[in-house]
Design a protein around this ligand. Structure first.
Ligand code: LLP
Length: 402
């Protein structure tokens, strides 16, 4: 990757994505499940740029969506409607209606109250809603508490007994068709055992449903495959698939897998330039033109992202520094107390593994326009989202004109 050239051509802050990496990751995962029918449903929340979704759609990917906005993005980017799943703990009536109208594969239900609401809405539209139920297997995924979702203390899904009751209710309803089952225990998972345990629990539920004539066709294992940010031992797609498959004997189901981070995380970089250096007391700060509004993971989760400093200083001295942005928050940093060579204003800093939950979690805090995004594919670069302007930021605020 010629980061210096991209920074010069497109300016900074800038997101750079390697579409060939995305493809490689997709193919590796798809291949791992080849023993069964499978749908890789890209979790759009990780990186929702339409060109990114289109890339996955062209490879045959489905989409895991958590708002009607994401469903619309998926359709717009060319994802097959029968490969789109709509999940989320709080769907509004209008979102449910629109999802039924658009005839996507299924709505993933997260509570009894929601199941009844979908039933009513489907009835009023004279439709049959295809659904899956998100089961909370109460398994500790051993990841960051903010991204762990499969414990009973988390807000996601329903316990096994409630799920069973909901399936029976759905089976009886004329307007509900229970075709799937779903679990997702957390994100950035690096241990296989919790996933296998969860899959076993949910597969057993499928077996007991089969015994009462409820035939589950889609076994949705969620997302969560972790990536290397630093030196994590990650799960290999092959081992992941084998672990899941080993729990499914005797069941004729299509596996749905909803990876986000695994597909895009390590194929993205955030580029930012040095503005100044300063010393406060005995602390050295390197101040850059990107900030927490562009990439919030370090501030929000204290997440590690490798920081590469391309210094233009000849034989630079190296000392500890914090890399910080211009936003008016002490929590606005990309790295703390890391060894950084002396820099000149304009020197480039590359923040690695920024392809997932980077741009999608960005904001306009401090009235900062969001960065430009570019794609690199087969050695060619192109803009897939232009840099925002001040005019974009104020476009919805018209009252002051009156
Ligand atoms: N399926 C469901 C139901 C999910 O809730 C998620 C992520 C995924 C799939 C995709 O998970 P992945 O394969 O990307 O791990 N903002 C956090 C991550 C939040 C993940 C939320 N759910 C971060 O920056 O680490």
């Amino acid at each position: 990757m010629n980061f210096l050239e991209f920074a010069k051509k497109y300016d900074t802050p800038l997101y750079v994505y390697d579409f060939n990496h995305f493809e490689k990751q997709y193919n590796e995962l798809k291949q791992a499940f080849k023993a069964r029918k499978s749908i890789i449903a890209y979790a759009i929340k990780a990186n929702s740029n339409l060109s990114v979704i289109k890339k996955f759609a062209s490879l045959g990917s489905g989409a895991d969506c958590v708002s009607i906005g994401e469903v619309k993005r998926a359709l717009l980017a060319g994802v097959d409607k029968y490969k789109i799943i709509f999940s989320g703990v709080g769907k509004r009536d209008d979102e449910i209606k629109e999802a039924l109208d658009k005839d996507i594969l299924m709505l993933n239900v997260e509570s009894e109250a929601e199941l009844k609401r979908i039933d009513e809405i489907a009835k009023s539209m004279n439709k049959e809603a295809r659904i899956s139920i998100r089961v909370n297997p109460d398994i500790d995924p051993k990841t960051h508490p903010y991204i762990s979702t499969g414990l009973s203390e988390n807000k996601f899904g329903v316990d096994i007994e409630s799920a069973k009751k909901m399936y029976i209710y759905a089976k009886k309803s004329k307007n509900l068709n229970p075709i799937g089952i779903h679990f997702h225990i957390g994100s950035q998972l690096t241990e296989l055992n919790p996933i296998k345990e969860a899959s076993e629990i949910v597969a057993n539920l499928v077996r007991s449903l089969k015994a009462i004539n409820i035939d589950i066709k889609f076994f949705d294992i969620g997302g969560g495959l972790g990536i290397k940010y630093k030196d994590e031992d990650t799960i290999k797609p092959y081992d992941y698939a084998q672990a899941i498959l080993s729990t499914l004997s005797g069941l004729d189901v299509t596996i749905i897998c909803e990876p986000g981070r695994f597909l895009v995380g390590n194929g993205g970089w955030f580029l930012t330039k040095v503005l100044y250096e300063k010393i406060n007391g005995d602390k050295r700060f390197v101040i850059v033109d990107g900030a927490m509004n562009d990439l919030i993971r370090p501030s929000l989760y204290n997440a590690y992202h490798k920081v590469e400093v391309i210094s233009s200083v000849k034989n630079p001295q190296i000392s500890k520094a914090n890399i910080v942005g211009p936003v008016c928050e002490s929590g606005d940093f990309f790295a703390k107390d890391i060894e950084v060579p002396q820099t000149n204003p304009g020197d480039l800093i590359v923040i690695h593994s920024a392809g997932a939950y980077g741009f999608t979690m960005s904001s306009n805090y401090n009235t900062r326009p969001r960065p430009c995004e570019i794609a690199i594919e087969d050695g060619k670069d192109r803009v897939i989202r232009r840099r925002e302007t001040f005019e974009d930021l104020i476009a919805c605020e018209i009252d002051y004109l009156i």
